[in-house]
Design a protein around this ligand. Structure first.
Ligand code: SF4
Length: 593
C-alpha cells in the first residue's frame, strides 16, 4: 500500500486539547526514517500503543521493533498512540480519522496494525484506536482492512480480546514478525480468510478464527540478536526520558506471582562488550543524559560490575548517568546504586512484596530479614533519605500477621534511618492488590474481592502512626477488573465492547476509570465477573491452556504446592527447577508429582 503525502491534519485541533505535543509528531531520530521506499511489494506496518504518547514512547519494545522491522526488505513502519479523551471527542466531531505519528496516515490504510498488550486495563483503548482508525472492531466484519495483530504479555492469555484481533504473536517479535510479514506479502491479493489460514500455520502465531494450540517462540540466545543503533527521541518529556538497552532477557529468580518470570524464560544475557558499545552509540546519537540498563532484574546481570567500570569514563566525559530499573534488596544493589548516583541521591525503591518472612517464602521472593535490614541500613548510611517500599496484599495464605508485618517492616525502616541520623528520612509504602496471572503458580488462586482489598487497605492505613511513614494502596476496583480480564475467556469480549460503548476509556487511569460501566456491561452480557476471579480446580481447563509458553503446568502446580509449604525453590541459574524448557544441563530429579 503506497503512502500519499499528508500534512498533519490534527494541527487545527491542537489548541483545544490538553498536551497537544502528544499529537505533533515532532521527534528526532538517526538515521531519519522518512526515506520513501514504497514499491509494489512494500508492506506498511503501524505499531499501535493503546495508551497516550508519553507512556507509549517510554515503551522499549517499540523502540526496538520499529527499527528492526524497518530494516527488513520492503517494510515501512510508523506508530500510533491512543488519543486522550479530549482529542477523541474532537476527532469524532470533525469526522477525522486516527492517524500515525510520523506520516499522518489513517490506520485503515496500513497493511498491518500491530498492538502491544502490555496491560489488561488498556483493552478498551484498542477499540478506540480501531474505531477511530476506520477499522471494524471485530475480525468477522473486516474485509479489505489491515490485518490486526497483537503481541506482548496479553497474547499469553488472548481469549478476552480474541474477537478483535486477527492474529496474535506469541513470543518475541524478532522471531515471529519476519515470517508473519513474509506470509502476508506472499498472500497479498488472496481472500482474507485464506491469508489468515496461512498465518495460522506459522510457529508462534495464534489466529482466533481458527483456534489452535500455539507455542511461544523466542531467541535461543541474544548473541548476534538485533541491537538498535539509535532511538526515537521525542521532543516532549516522556515517562522514561532516556536511552535504554536490554542487557538480558528472562529472570531466574522464580517469584511465584510473576508472569514475566515464566513467560520470558530462560535467562539470556548480552555480552558486556556489546552492551558497552551499544550504550556509547545510543548516548552519542540521541543526546540523552541518562541511560537505562534494562531487564527484569538488572542487578542479576552477571557482568554488571564490568559494564559499569567500562562505561564510567565515557559517562563522566559526557555527563550521562546510568540507571537501573529495579534494585534487589541487598547490600550489593545499594552499593551499585551508590556508584551510579554519585550526586543525585533522590529516592530508592525496593520491593519486599510481603511483610513477613513466611509469606516472602510462600511467593519465593528469596530475600531474608537480614538482607532487608542490611539494604536499608546501607541506603540511609550512603545518603538516601527517601525510600519507597512496594508490597502486595491478598497474596495466597495471607493472614493478619502478614499485614501487620508490612507496617512493622516500614516502621523498622524509619528506625534504621533514625539510627543513621537521617532526620529528613521518609518511607513511603505502596500496596497493590494481588492479581493472579495466567502461566504462574498462582493461576489457580482466588483473587480478593474489592471489599476485602478495601478492608485490608483501611486496616493498614489505620496502623500507620509515624509522620515519617506514608501509605498508599492501589485502587481495588482497578485490581478487580484487571483480575477479571487477566484470566478471562472469549465471552468477555462482549462485555469489553459494551463497556467501551458505554464510555470506558483509559481504565488504567483513575481520572477516567468508572467501575459502574463495567458492572453494567457484565450484567447486560449475563456474565458474573466473580466467575473469573474465583479459585480454579487443578484439572480444570483454563482459557489460556492453548498457549504453551514452554513451562509445563506440572511445574507450575509443583511450585504452587511448594508455596503452600512455604518452601523455597532456588534460583534456576544455581539449580535448574525442571520447568519444562530444558534449557539447562540435566535437571535434578523432581519428587512430589
Ligand atoms: S529449564 Fe531449568 S534453568 Fe532453564 S528456565 Fe527452566 S528452571 Fe530455569
Amino acid at each position: 500500500m503506497l503512502f500519499p503525502e499528508f500534512d498533519n491534519p490534527l494541527w487545527p485541533l491542537w489548541s483545544q486539547v490538553s498536551r497537544p505535543s502528544r499529537y505533533s509528531g515532532s521527534e528526532w531520530r538517526f538515521p531519519r526514517s522518512d526515506v520513501r521506499r514504497e514499491g509494489k511489494d512494500t508492506l506498511s506496518v503501524c505499531l499501535a500503543f493503546p495508551d497516550v504518547y508519553e507512556i507509549g514512547m517510554s515503551y522499549y519494545g517499540f523502540q526496538v521493533l520499529s527499527p528492526f522491522l524497518s530494516g527488513l526488505p520492503d517494510v515501512v513502519v510508523d506508530r500510533a498512540y491512543c488519543p486522550w479523551v479530549d482529542m477523541e471527542r474532537l476527532l469524532r466531531e470533525n469526522s477525522l480519522p486516527l492517524t500515525s505519528v510520523e506520516r499522518s496516515i489513517p490506520l485503515s490504510q496500513f497493511d498491518l496494525v500491530g498492538f502491544t498488550l502490555q496491560h489488561e486495563l488498556g483493552y478498551t483503548n484498542i477499540l478506540t484506536m480501531l474505531d477511530l482508525g476506520g477499522i471494524p472492531l471485530r475480525w468477522e466484519a473486516r474485509d479489505e482492512h489491515p490485518i490486526v495483530v497483537a503481541g506482548g504479555p496479553g497474547a499469553f492469555a488472548p481469549e478476552p480480546v480474541a474477537p478483535f484481533i486477527d492474529a496474535f504473536c506469541v513470543g518475541e517479535g524478532e522471531v515471529v514478525f519476519p515470517e508473519l510479514l513474509s506470509t502476508l506479502r506472499k498472500t497479498r491479493g488472496a481472500r482474507r480468510e485464506e491469508r489468515l489460514a496461512e498465518c495460522a500455520r506459522l510457529p508462534g502465531v495464534y489466529v482466533p478464527a481458527f483456534p489452535h494450540p500455539v507455542r511461544r517462540q523466542f531467541l535461543p540466545s541474544l548473541e548476534g540478536a538485533y541491537l538498535p543503533d539509535s532511538m526515537i527521541v521525542p521532543s516532549v518529556s516522556v515517562v522514561h526520558d532516556r536511552a535504554a538497552l536490554e542487557v538480558f532477557r528472562g529472570c531466574s529468580r522464580g517469584c511465584r506471582f510473576c508472569q514475566a518470570g515464566t513467560t520470558n524464560r530462560p535467562v539470556r544475557e548480552r555480552d558486556p562488550e556489546t552492551v558497552v558499545d551499544a550504550i556509547e552509540r545510543l548516548v552519542r546519537r540521541t543526546g540523552w543524559n541518562e541511560a537505562g540498563l534494562l531487564s527484569l532484574a538488572t542487578c542479576d546481570y552477571s557482568a554488571i560490575d564490568r559494564v559499569i567500570e567500562m562505561l564510567t569514563p565515557l559517562l563522566m566525559k559526557e555527563g550521562v548517568h546510568l540507571s537501573l530499573p529495579s534494585l534487589r534488596m541487598d547490600g550489593f544493589s545499594v552499593n551499585l546504586a551508590a556508584r551510579l548516583q554519585k550526586v543525585r541521591r533522590g529516592g530508592l525503591t525496593f520491593a519486599p512484596e510481603a511483610g513477613t518472612q513466611r509469606l516472602r517464602d510462600v511467593i519465593n521472593k528469596g530475600i531474608d530479614e537480614e538482607s532487608i535490614f542490611t539494604c536499608l541500613d546501607q541506603a540511609f548510611s550512603k545518603g538516601w533519605d527517601r525510600i519507597k517500599l512496594y508490597f502486595m496484599m491478598g497474596l495466597p495464605t495471607e493472614t493478619e500477621e502478614d499485614l501487620d508485618g508490612i507496617v512493622r517492616l516500614a516502621q523498622s525502616a524509619v528506625r534504621v534511618a533514625r539510627g543513621r541520623k537521617r532526620k529528613r528520612a521518609a518511607v513511603s509504602v505502596s500496596v497493590a492488590g494481588f492479581v493472579p496471572k495466567a502461566h504462574t503458580p498462582f493461576q489457580w488462586e482466588k483473587q480478593n474481592t474489592i471489599e476485602e482489598f478495601k478492608e485490608k487497605g483501611r486496616y493498614l492505613k489505620s496502623r500507620i502512626k509515624d509522620k515519617a511513614l506514608s501509605l498508599k494502596y492501589h485502587e481495588p476496583e482497578q485490581s478487580f477488573l484487571e483480575g477479571v480480564l487477566a484470566r478471562g475467556d472469549r465471552r468477555l469480549a462482549d462485555a469489553i465492547e459494551l463497556a467501551w460503548r458505554k464510555g470506558a476509556r483509559f481504565d488504567g487511569w483513575s481520572e477516567t476509570f468508572d467501575l459502574k460501566r463495567w458492572l453494567d456491561a457484565f450484567e447486560e452480557c449475563a456474565l458474573n465477573p466473580a466467575d473469573y476471579t474465583r479459585a480454579r480446580e487443578r484439572d480444570e481447563a483454563l482459557p489460556w491452556d492453548l498457549v504453551d509458553v514452554g513451562v509445563t503446568k506440572a511445574f507450575l502446580w509443583r511450585e504452587r504446592c511448594a508455596a503452600y509449604d512455604a518452601r523455597l525453590t532456588p534460583d534456576c541459574r544455581v539449580a535448574c527447577g525442571a520447568c519444562g524448557l530444558n534449557c539447562a544441563t540435566p535437571a535434578p530429579e523432581v519428587v512430589g508429582l
